[in-house]
Each structure stands twice: as structure tokens, then as C-alpha cells.
Design a protein around this ligand. Structure first.
Ligand code: FAD
Length: 307
């Protein structure tokens, strides 16, 4: 299909970006440089993760507050319910609301490494669907939730996992963001099943630009995402070839997104890992509303200069 090779002229991708809260001044500088580079792409929102077990609670709040106060971006704060009572979670949610944060990515979170099994807190929200309902009682947040095209590893079955996604959306979530995947047909089949199950809200595909292939394989193992052999072959022997690796990573993600675009997908969520280079290059290839605005502004300036 030729349309996959060149950006379809009539298609502009809506994008959003995920960051993690920085732990050191150097990491903080890197995050802000990343935000500055990605800001002109005009993302719909940018989200900031919440460390396992709520470990980065203060940093997540500080980071979303700073994004809200210093930029025109819509920040979304991730919030997990593992290991905390309802009262504690509600207090964090109120702190977000009081800081002007109106969008929460509501998650269960992963169990601490001790026995690797998930035990709900006795006074806590057991699952993300309970958290969504709790958040809606605190304030009228916009809520995003997680979805798993390749099924969450702890789900009883694909059908039970889909029921769970529906429960989260029925509890008041506005949209879902997926775990990353590398076979776009897995996402498309999942979308079909979700629509057949009566889910009408947006399910935004999560795209992971690959900066480090070995680490990507480890992440994928933890979250149950498949790494196809063809992908491993593409990255084979590129550890000491950063330029080639970057080209391969960008081309892989662009092809994946274009494939989805030609099948009607308009919005993409990028796991940036607080780096801008790959995500910025991929978004340029996909064309985002921000890029069109930049081009338009330049054209107007040139027209004015000519007059
Ligand atoms: P849930 O929707 O609660 O589902 C968890 C599991 O329980 C699923 O297998 C589900 O099928 C099952 N389940 C749900 N309800 C029931 C029920 N009533 N009975 C039996 N089984 C049930 N983790 C972090 O720590 N911090 C983050 O910032 C973070 N951000 C993320 C962002 C995205 C977009 C994604 C996709 C994941 C993120 N994660 C994050 C990881 C997430 O916390 C884990 O994947 C976690 O294991 C599940 O979270 P969930 O919100 O999907 O849980």
C-alpha cells in the first residue's frame, strides 16, 4: 500500500506523551529539555507516571504542577491504588485537584517485589475500576485507564480482562491508553473485540520508541507484550551503532503508526522515557497539529516579509 510510505496528506496525528518524574537534578534538566522539544508538537496531554507502590508521589505532584504552571500543556497525573488506603489515595487526588490538575491516569499498580502477588490493601481500592469510581466521588476528574491488547498477565482470560476494561470505563473513565505492543494487528483485533463488547470510548494505542532493545525485551516480558522475531532481527548487532539503531527505531514506530492510521486510528500515546529525539522524529513523520501550526506560522512570516 503506497499510502503507508508517505504521510497521507489528509491525516494529522493527535499525540500525547508520557514522562516519569525525575529523581536527580540532572534527570530533571533532561526532562525539561524533553518537554521543551516536544511542546511544539501540540500534544493533547502529557502524563507523568507514579512510581511502583506510590514511591514517587511527591515528585509526580511536583512535576505535574510545574508542567501546569510553566507551560500551556495539559498535564495528566498517574495514580495507583496498590499499598494505600482509600483515605490516603483520596488525599492525593484532592492535592492534585487543588493544584489545578484535572486529568488522572487511574491504575491499580504492580505488587511490591516481595512475593510478586497482588494483595489489595485491606482498606484500599482493590482494582483500578474501584479507583475510578473513588476519584469520581472526590471530584469531576477526566480519567484515563490502562488497556492491554495482548491481555494483562494476571487476567483470568482475555474476556475477563475486557470485562474489566469495560468496568473501568463504565465507572466513569473517559478513555483508555494501551500497554505498548509491536504487532499492530494485535491492537486492531483488540479494538474490534472492545467495540463488539459495547465499549465506545477512545482506546489510544501506546507506542514505545525503542532506545535500548535489551531493556525493551525485559519490559515486554514483565508486562506480557510479545517481541516478534522480525523486530529482534532488525536490532541485531546494533548495540554499538547508535545512529543506525535510531533510524531503525524511528522507522519501525512510524510504520506501525502509519499502518494504524490507514486503518482509521488518529491518536497515539508515546512512552518517551524522558527522551525527545525519537519521539520528535516519529511525530514529524506522522504530522501533528503543532507541526502544521509551525509551518503555517513560518509561511505567514514569509508572506509578510514578501509584502
Ligand atoms: P486493573 O485494571 O485493576 O487490572 C489488573 C488485573 O486485575 C487485570 O488482570 C484484570 O483483568 C484483573 N482484575 C480487575 N478487576 C478484577 C476483579 N474484580 N476480579 C478479578 N480480577 C480483576 N504502573 C505504575 O506503578 N505506575 C504508573 O504510573 C503506571 N502507568 C501505566 C500507564 C499505562 C498506560 C499502562 C498500560 C500501565 C501503567 N502501569 C503503571 C502499570 C500498571 O499499574 C500494571 O499494568 C498493573 O499490573 C495493572 O494496572 P491496571 O490499572 O491495568 O489494573
Amino acid at each position: 500500500n503506497e499510502r503507508i510510505i508517505f504521510a497521507p496528506a489528509d491525516k494529522i496525528a493527535k499525540v500525547s506523551f508520557e514522562f516519569f518524574p525525575p529523581k536527580t537534578p540532572a534527570m530533571e534538566q533532561k526532562l525539561w529539555s524533553t518537554i521543551e522539544h516536544l511542546r511544539p508538537l501540540a500534544p493533547c496531554f502529557v502524563s507523568v507516571t507514579y512510581g511502583a507502590g506510590g514511591g514517587t508521589q511527591a515528585q509526580t505532584l511536583e512535576t505535574v504542577k510545574r508542567i501546569r504552571n510553566k507551560t500551556d500543556l495539559e498535564p495528566a497525573a498517574h495514580l495507583t491504588c496498590v499499598g494505600a488506603s482509600r483515605g490516603e489515595i483520596d488525599d492525593v487526588a484532592r492535592a492534585y485537584w487543588d493544584a489545578g490538575i484535572r486529568h488522572i491516569v487511574a491504575l491499580r499498580g504492580d505488587p511490591p517485589k516481595t512475593d510478586g502477588r497482588y494483595h489489595p490493601h485491606p482498606d484500599g481500592y482493590a482494582y483500578a475500576s474501584d479507583l475510578v469510581a473513588g476519584l469520581k466521588r472526590v471530584a469531576n476528574f477526566k480519567v484515563s485507564v490502562a488497556a492491554y491488547p495482548e491481555v494483562h498477565p494476571q487476567a483470568d482470560s482475555a474476556a475477563a480482562d475486557l470485562d474489566n476494561l469495560k468496568r473501568k470505563l463504565d465507572a466513569g473513565a473517559h478513555q483508555a491508553i494501551t500497554q505498548f505492543f509491536f504487532n499492530p494487528d494485535d491492537y486492531l483485533r483488540f479494538l474490534d473485540r472492545a467495540r463488539a463488547a459495547g465499549i465506545s470510548q477512545p482506546i489510544i494505542p501506546g507506542i514505545l520508541p525503542i532506545t535500548n532493545f535489551e531493556r525493551t525485551v525485559e519490559f515486554a516480558k514483565m508486562c506480557g507484550a510479545k517481541v516478534p522475531d522480525w523486530l529482534a532481527a532488525l536490532f541485531n548487532d546494533l548495540n554499538d551503532e547508535p545512529v543506525a539503531r535510531g533510524f531503525v527505531a524511528a522507522a519501525t514506530a512510524v510504520e506501525q503508526c502509519r499502518y494504524l492510521q490507514t486503518r482509521g486510528v488518529e491518536e497515539f500515546h508515546f512512552y518517551t522515557l524522558n527522551r525527545y529525539e525519537l519521539t520528535a522524529a516519529i511525530c514529524r513523520m506522522l504530522r501533528t497539529p503543532g507541526l502544521d501550526r509551525v509551518t503555517e506560522a513560518k509561511k505567514n512570516t514569509q508572506d509578510e516579509a514578501r509584502l
